[in-house]
Write a protein that binds this ligand. Structure first.
Ligand code: SAM
Length: 265
């Protein structure tokens, strides 16, 4: 699963402008293909085992029906999908990602989970681009995306696509990293991102792709709260709620499609 060529995907000079890089999409794809095999372990290490709790909380906040139809964008190795399956037994869920290696890990996890509790569930794993969904309009009750939007070439396009494939009054749930506003906390988080996370990430993942040098830059330069709020508003979402969790380093964002009467058909 690792790349033949060991040169980093992100050359250090490109790290100054990760979101403006015209090749961001293909670099991100290579990077996740490269780290897929040890992605889960690395996540647990760099988040001090808190990432599972964030996903659990995000899914609870969605508060959907048991038989809802859900699309998880940028599903990676499937942790959101499996968490949905745990909380909603008869859910109809599709996980979509553009990294074949991440999807391979997700499928392998579904097969290997010992109790077999996911084997009977009809989980669909789909290879595709979150900014260009191949679904007809109004198919899903919920679209989720955990730690994916920041990695997209055009996050606003993916939010607009999410809106298009949602049914009226469908919901979106987003988890994304952010930087706290409080001065002291901001300094602590920036130090962690700059000096500790890249080392931990490199050691835990064994990857020389530069993924864990890209990570802190992509968080620091994203402007999660304002950018995603604008994208959601532009895509016609209402009732946008942003909860700050884990000392405001993680944002849990929920919104609903077309609550207004003017959208009623
Ligand atoms: C940080 S991982 C998050 C994975 C998973 N949601 C989780 O919570 O662990 C980001 C994922 O987004 C995927 N991704 C990035 N850009 C994408 C795109 N344009 N279309 C589909 N998937 C994309 C990557 O392949 C990667 O698996």
């Amino acid at each position: 699963m690792s790349r033949q060529n060991d040169s980093p995907v992100w050359a250090s000079e490109k790290l100054n402008n990760v979101h403006g890089d015209p090749d961001k999409g293909s670099k991100v794809q290579k990077m996740f293909d490269d780290v897929a095999a040890r992605y889960d372990f690395t996540n647990r290490v760099i988040s001090i085992y808190m990432d599972k709790r964030w996903r659990k909380r995000a899914i609870k906040s969605a508060n959907i029906d048991d038989n809802a139809r859900v699309l998880d964008l940028c599903c990676g190795t499937g942790d959101m999908v499996f968490e949905f399956a745990d909380q909603y037994r008869s859910i109809d869920i599709t996980g979509l990602d553009f990294s074949e290696n991440m999807l391979k890990m997700a499928r392998a996890k579904q097969d290997s989970i010992k109790s077999g509790r996911y084997k009977s569930l009809d989980i669909k794993w789909l290879s595709g681009d979150a900014s260009d969904l191949g679904f007809p309009d109004a198919q899903f009750d919920l679209v989720s995306c955990a730690f994916g939007l920041r990695n997209l070439q055009d996050p606003a396009k993916a939010v607009a696509e999410a809106s298009r494939v949602l049914k009226r009054k469908g919901k979106i749930v987003i988890l994304e990293f952010g930087i706290p506003e409080n001065f002291l906390l901001k300094m602590v988080v920036k130090c962690y991102l700059r000096y500790i996370l890249p080392v931990l990430g490199r050691l835990a993942s064994g990857s020389s792709s530069g993924a864990y040098d890209y990570f802190p830059r992509s968080v620091a330069d994203f402007g999660t709260s304002s950018l995603l709020k604008q994208a959601l508003t532009d895509a016609g979402f209402k009732d946008i709620k942003i909860q700050k969790i884990c000392l405001a380093t993680v944002l849990l964002i929920t919104a609903t499609k077309n609550l207004d009467e003017e959208y009623l058909i």
